[in-house]
Design a protein. Structure first.
Lengths: 160, 759
């Protein structure tokens, strides 16, 4: 099936089997391998991407369901020049070791902080509890996300 | 050697690619012409294969080949053991694919090569396998009965014994004895990245390239070369980014032969990426052990002896490092304590379940749970404070090196190298606020019972015999470090850059890259396990720097026409007598390999303490505070060190409370997804602290480092089980089995209440 959607700000057109997941499409067809597959049944969160800004498990969504949507992967939340404030905070707090769950942590945290830049530690833990990390014990990840909140807060004048 | 970067919280170089989604794991590789492999695995735990009919699968569009044992002339190769390769284990080793008998659910039967994994999975459904079932052996009782035998040799692979002193004599007139039974449950070193192998056969050059290598690539190359009939030099093992190791990933598994074999058969690159269900049933399991042990003490709490029998479920085959955990259960039951008389054996028995291997802190997590539970029971019996009981029996620094029980067969002798065990215990008590919190012990506050406990542990590191590191000077005055051991996510690129920069006395930026884990980099390597990379590789790195400088001096002496010892090698220039000097870059291209040889082990040590609450209505245990204190000899990077401690501690708490690979009596795995196999999440254990010290640098290596990858996990089970016992002291609850899941804790409380009501 021909499917058109946007990935990281660019329009793409793919011809995929209806049964192909969005995760496989991103990885195998579009070669965006930053989106990782840790369980393929929606538990581990490694494959989390943003679909129209919302955190979504790319292993539980079919590529054809992305028709007309805007998908953002970890590559889309990165740039060549420098790490983003969220990425810097992860690095500063040693919030990653093997790096396999990291893209899903980054996308999930980005979605959370974009919506709730003033969230507290309990809220961060609640949201991140859908993403499994086997290396860090989570404590530094929670610290990193909390420390990155300021970068997501709008300047005082902009607040409604 | 400077000490600028060693000990500093240097941010990791690896992070720059991982955070941007630019890590490159084996599943990210997709060369031209790639075929995907999927594996047909046995759905039957025990049986004889009558027939395999793949004819229908082979007619399906996109299916290129189906490989079975019949395609291997001379039968499928056997995977040899890497550690403790005793002749007794030979009959129990695993063939790379089942030929006539299947022995566990998940055992490979056929490999399908297809245009995509999805097409390959379709084809699996079309392969007809006829298996005549045999009675399954799913537990120790059935294995011991022997009515159904997995192997001609029966269901017992070996019995190791751990002996020191004369236990029989010590028990004979002992004023106090207690005998107890304990169990730890099957769980495993689940990695977030499932396993994967990509193999390419370059027929023109006669080179086999195998991507996805991890942990022990040099050893695995030796196995593969022998199995596939190629010289080692014709095989390149390439390590990509590795999504977690924990002992389980990187050992030689059946797929490590099957995929390269398939690539050679079809002359195209072949990639196999495990799915999670496969991972749960095919990656090494671990930790399933039982103990029936007895302790003898004086009335004032001096331990006289420890004896008994322990049992380790090996699953269906003896895999590469399958004996390590069992051996350790027996050898390290004494832990950091002075126990002069020991006689403990461990029976390695076979069942129709997934074979076992090491999982971080192999055998130590299990045996520390057994020992520390027993100690708390003994202290209570004797009316001695549980801290004081431990204090009286800890090995003292003056007694080092202290000999541990000797393991036979294999004659494994070991001795504790150094340590001030009392000091980490004191520090741990202080950190948790032991004295102030004693009044909470067993108290019911707001519906929850409070409990405190502590335990002491040792962590072995620095497995020998050798490690190799190469240093090369680049034309731009930077250096490249090439290592013989591997990265499994622990940050070796950063840590080795720190050691190299200090040894070379140059800024960190001049260590351009740290390359690791591939067989092409250095002459030989031994890999990443047993908390050995920093100790062994770091020490080899110091030797490489010495040899590099010697090589530069020799070259400069020729150019200057002077004696070598008149040459001084600086960070940017090389000076001879009379002030003559050459830029260091004049010597670009010089490279030197360094080695570190070692037969002894390092011993990190420490104490953990926990403050928990138990909700008697639900059985839920919450950790209010947990302090992990560990002396690691020498800290290279406090950030990555803390990461190791907290990360392994949470894994240990997963093993203590959540993780359980459950089988039914037919040998069927009931926990085949992450919905069933529960892992810790971000909301489970928020209150953990790590304190690391450098009190006693190791005397057996130039860095003084001791290895620190496993300390967090080792003590966890025993400590939290004791805390639960203490919280529920009023009920007389004594946990003897893990995991302490809410249902199990609730059942123990309920049973205690029923008993009390009946009395």
């Amino acid at each position: 099936m021909t499917t058109r959607f946007e990935v990281n700000g660019k329009a793409v057109e793919v011809n995929v089997e209806p049964r192909m997941t969005l995760a496989d499409c991103l990885r195998e067809v579009l070669r965006l391998t930053g989106t990782h597959l840790g369980c393929e049944h929606g538990v581990c969160g490694a494959c989390t991407v943003l679909v129209d800004g919302e955190a979504v498990r790319a292993c539980l969504m079919l590529a054809v369901q992305a028709e007309g949507r805007s998908v953002t992967t970890v590559e889309g939340l990165s740039n060549d020049d420098d790490l983003t404030p969220l990425q810097k905070s992860f690095r500063k707090h040693h919030a990653l070791q093997c790096g396999f769950c990291t893209p899903g942590m980054i996308t999930t945290a980005h979605a959370l902080l974009s919506e709730e830049p003033d969230c507290d530690a309990d809220r961060v833990r609640e949201v991140l509890s859908g993403n499994i990390c086997r290396c860090t014990g989570y404590i530094p990840i929670v610290e990193a996300v909390l420390d990155a909140r300021s970068a997501y807060r709008k300047p005082a004048g902009d607040r409604g | 050697m400077k000490n600028t970067f060693i000990g500093a919280p240097v941010e990791r170089r690896e992070d720059l690619r991982f955070l941007r989604g630019r890590g490159q794991y084996v599943g990210d590789l997709a060369p031209q012409g790639l075929l995907h492999a999927v594996i047909l695995r046995s759905a039957v735990a025990h049986g004889h294969i009558r027939s395999i009919d793949a004819s229908r699968a082979l007619t399906m569009p996109g299916v290129h080949a189906v490989i079975t044992a019949k395609d291997m002339p001379g039968g499928p190769p056997i995977i040899p053991m890497r550690l403790q390769p005793l002749p007794e284990f030979k009959p129990f080793e695993q063939p790379v694919i089942a030929a006539d008998k299947v022995r566990y659910v998940g055992e490979p039967i056929a490999v399908v090569l297809a245009d995509s994994a999805a097409v390959g999975e379709d084809a699996l459904e079309a392969i007809a396998v006829d298996i005549a079932p045999l009675p399954p052996v799913a537990d120790r009782a059935t294995a011991t009965k022997g009515a159904s035998a997995l192997f001609e040799k029966g269901n017992t692979a070996l019995v190791f014994s751990a002996v020191r002193g004369d236990a029989a004599a010590a028990f004979k007139d002992a004023p106090y004895r207690r005998r107890e039974q304990f169990k730890t449950q099957r769980h495993y070193g689940l990695t977030m990245e499932p396993r994967g192998v990509l193999a390419e056969w370059d027929a023109a050059q006669g080179i086999l390239r195998v991507f996805g290598a991890a942990k022990v690539p040099f050893f695995n190359r030796r196995i593969l070369a022998a199995q596939i009939g190629l010289p080692e030099t014709a095989i390149d093992m390439v390590e990509n980014d590795v999504g977690g190791g924990f002992g389980a990933r990187g050992e030689f598994y059946p797929e490590d032969f099957l995929i390269p074999f398939a690539a050679r058969q079809v002359g195209r690159p072949v990639r196999w990426i495990e799915d999670r269900r496969e991972n749960l049933m095919a990656m090494n399991h671990a930790r399933e052990a039982e103990a029936d042990v007895e302790i003898a003490c004086t009335r004032d709490g001096v331990i006289l002896g420890l004896r008994g029998h322990t049992y380790a479920d090996m699953g269906a085959y003896m895999r590469t490092n399958g004996a390590v955990g069992a051996r350790n259960v027996a050898q390290f039951m004494s832990g950091p304590y002075r126990i002069e008389n020991i006689d403990i054996d461990v029976t390695l028995f076979m069942t129709n379940k997934t074979p076992v291997g090491t999982y971080r802190g192999p055998g130590r997590f299990e045996t520390d749970f057994f020992r520390e539970r027993l100690f708390d029971m003994v202290a209570k019996d004797l009316g001695i404070d549980r801290v004081e009981f431990r204090r009286r029996n800890l090995v003292a620094d003056a007694e080092m090196p202290y000999r541990l029980a000797t393991i036979t067969p294999f004659e494994s002798k070991d001795e504790l190298d150094s340590g001030d065990y009392q000091s980490t215990l004191d520090r741990c008590l202080m950190e948790i606020g032991w004295n102030e919190k004693q009044k909470l012990q067993g108290k019911l506050i707001d519906g929850r019972y409070h409990g405190l406990a502590l335990g002491c542990f040792i962590e072995g590191g620095a497995a020998g015999p050798k490690e190799t590191v190469k240093i090369a000077l680049n034309p731009d005055a930077t250096f490249t470090v090439l290592m013989g051991s591997s990265a499994v996510g622990q940050g070796v690129e950063t840590v080795f850059a720190q050691i190299a920069a200090d040894a070379l006395e140059v800024p960190l930026e001049r260590i351009r890259e740290v390359l690791h884990g591939s067989t092409a980099y250095v002459s030989d390597g031994y890999g990443a396990y047993h908390s050995r990379s920093v100790v062994m590789g770091g020490s080899a790195l110091l030797d490489a720097v010495e040899k590099f400088r010697a090589a530069v001096r020799a070259d400069a002496a020729r150019r200057f026409g002077c004696a070598e010892d008149a040459v001084r090698v600086g960070d940017d220039k090389v000076t001879g007598p009379d002030g003559r000097a050459l830029a260091l870059t004049e010597f670009a291209g010089i490279a030197a390999e360094g080695f570190f040889l070692n037969k002894k082990h390092t011993w990190t040590y420490g104490a953990h303490a926990a403050h928990v609450t138990v909700d008697a209505k639900t059985g839920r245990v919450e950790i209010l505070d947990y302090a992990a204190v560990e002396d690691v000899g020498r800290i290279i990077n406090p950030n990555t060190l803390k990461g190791q401690v907290i990360g392994s501690l949470v894994q240990g708490l997963g093993g203590a409370f959540l993780e359980h690979l459950v089988y039914d009596d037919q040998g069927q795995l009931l926990t085949g997804s992450l919905m069933d196999y529960l892992l810790p999440t971000a909301s489970d254990f928020p209150n953990l602290r790590s304190v690391t010290t450098e009190l006693k640098p190791s005397p057996i290596n130039p860095l003084g480092a001791k290895g620190a990858g496993e300390g967090g996990i080792i003590a966890a089970g025993g400590v939290v089980a004791n805390a639960v016992a203490n919280a529920l002291g009023d009920f007389g609850v004594e946990p003897r089995e893990l995991p302490l899941s809410p249902p199990r804790v609730w059942e123990m409380i309920d049973a205690a209440r029923s008993n009390a009501a009946a009395e």
